[in-house]
Design a protein around this ligand. Structure first.
Ligand code: NAD
Ligand code: MG
Length: 394
């Protein structure tokens, strides 16, 4: 079997590192075509030394020159490129078989879409890309014949529990509901009046998963589950009322599919992203991921609860945006990105996050979407709207 060429977008992040860990276990199957990173040049340098990609892609020319010098000095023939166009090039290059889309946020949309349009096997971690551009994104998948495989642990679990022909319609294949599990994050049991005072460090200390900062804050606010609800609707062509969010603090059941005959299929495993990554890389085969076997006796208990809407208003905001359609989810996502960054920068409190998102959803009327430019415009306007809110508060 010839080796598959892989581009890892967002290689220096949490998902990127886990992806390279799995790839390193299977150098007979996979070779790295390109790695991208936006900061942490030392990490990217080390990754290049280990994986010897054809290309490395960074943000700006100064970074590119610096990394190129170091790699050349180390005897590598890796070429360092920079900028958004280079990201799209290494995602759509003819030689590439698989693209791991693991850039965080809206910045990942263009290269992920480039990979989709080029008909690649696309491993989708960058949920924000799909949330922003849902209908266009899924149409591009159908048009190009790209194979879209979900990396989000919940969606990967759902994919594993779905029948192979689920794309013909959930009703047709006997699926009644999708049960989307959520850990509830670090603030699941905190007194509500304390939430306004929590620090970024507290929000990023997730009880079960080690992840990038943005998704950690999203998990604490449960906007992550809101984004995932939207993601599930697009990936599995489900209506929002067919997706039920269930809080499951142990993060061992990664999600479930409920069939009309009363069967409920679940995927379980230790909370380690290398499992969905290995699954999507090798699908329909199975390969070792480095994740230890689940010890059910050690797990002992599996708890399930309904999410508290008062504690987690972001969940309802996501439902509202999906129902509104058009550019509403792009607005939701962009306002959330600004709010999360402002929280991480300690400019606002944790409970201001949903306030800013609601403000943007109230202010900006959703527009129909027929092309990407409309999505990008809504993204820009929502960022401006959220920034204005921040400015007015000062
Ligand atoms: P991270 O912050 O650890 O890494 C983000 C990566 O994106 C880094 O390589 C960074 O350099 C790059 N990046 C950031 N801004 C960029 C920009 N403007 N242009 C180009 N590159 C940029 O994030 P992560 O936790 O690895 O998450 C990545 C994506 O995967 C997110 O969309 C997240 O929601 C999703 N995801 C992550 C996990 C997880 O366990 N970490 C689980 C499910 C889904
Ligand atoms: Mg998830």
């Amino acid at each position: 079997m010839s080796r598959q060429w892989i581009t890892v977008l967002g290689a220096t992040g949490s998902i990127g590192a886990s992806t390279l860990d799995v790839i390193a276990r299977h150098t007979d199957r996979y070779a790295v075509f390109a790695l991208s990173g936006h900061s942490r040049m030392d990490v990217l340098y080390q990754q290049c030394i280990s994986h010897q990609p054809v290309f490395a892609v960074v943000c700006d020319p100064a970074q590119a020159a610096g990394l190129q010098d170091r790699l050349t000095l180390a005897g590598l023939s890796t070429r360092v490129l920079h900028g958004p166009e280079a990201l799209a090039e290494v995602s759509s290059d003819q030689r590439v078989d698989v693209v791991m889309a693991a850039i965080v946020g809206a910045a990942g949309l263009a290269p992920t879409l480039a990979a989709v349009r080029a008909g690649k096997r696309v491993l989708l971690a960058n949920k924000e890309a799909l949330v922003m551009s849902g209908a266009l994104f899924m149409q591009a998948v159908r048009d190009s014949g790209a194979r879209l495989l979900p990396i989000d642990s919940e969606h990967n679990a759902i994919f594993q529990c779905m029948p192979v022909d689920y794309a013909s319609g959930l009703g047709k294949v006997g699926v009644r509901r999708i049960l989307l599990t959520a850990s509830g994050g670090p603030f699941r049991e905190m007194a509500l009046e304390e939430l306004a005072q929590v620090t970024p460090a507290q929000a990023c200390a997730h009880p079960n998963w080690s992840m990038g900062q943005k998704i950690s804050v999203d998990s604490a606010s449960m906007m992550n589950k809101g984004l995932e609800l939207i993601e599930a609707c697009w990936l599995f062509d489900a209506r929002p009322e067919q997706v039920e969010v269930v809080v499951h603090p142990q993060s061992v059941v990664h999600s479930l599919v409920d069939y009309v005959d009363g069967s409920v299929l679940a995927q379980l495993g230790n909370p380690d992203m290398r499992t969905p990554i290995a699954h999507a890389l090798a699908w329909p085969e199975r390969i070792d991921s480095g994740v230890s076997a689940l010890d059910l006796l050690l797990t002992a208990r599996l708890d399930f609860q309904a999410p508290d809407p008062q504690r987690f208003p972001c969940l309802e905001l996501a439902r509202r945006a999906f129902d509104a359609g058009g550019t509403a989810c792009a607005i939701l996502n962009a306002a959330n990105e600004i709010a999360v960054q402002a929280f991480l920068d300690q400019r606002i409190g944790f409970t201001d996050i949903p306030v800013i998102i609601e403000h943007a959803l109230d202010r900006l009327a959703p527009q129909p979407v027929t092309e990407l430019a409309q999505v990008l415009l809504a993204d820009r306007q929502a960022r401006e709207c959220a920034e204005q809110w921040l400015g007015n508060r000062r």
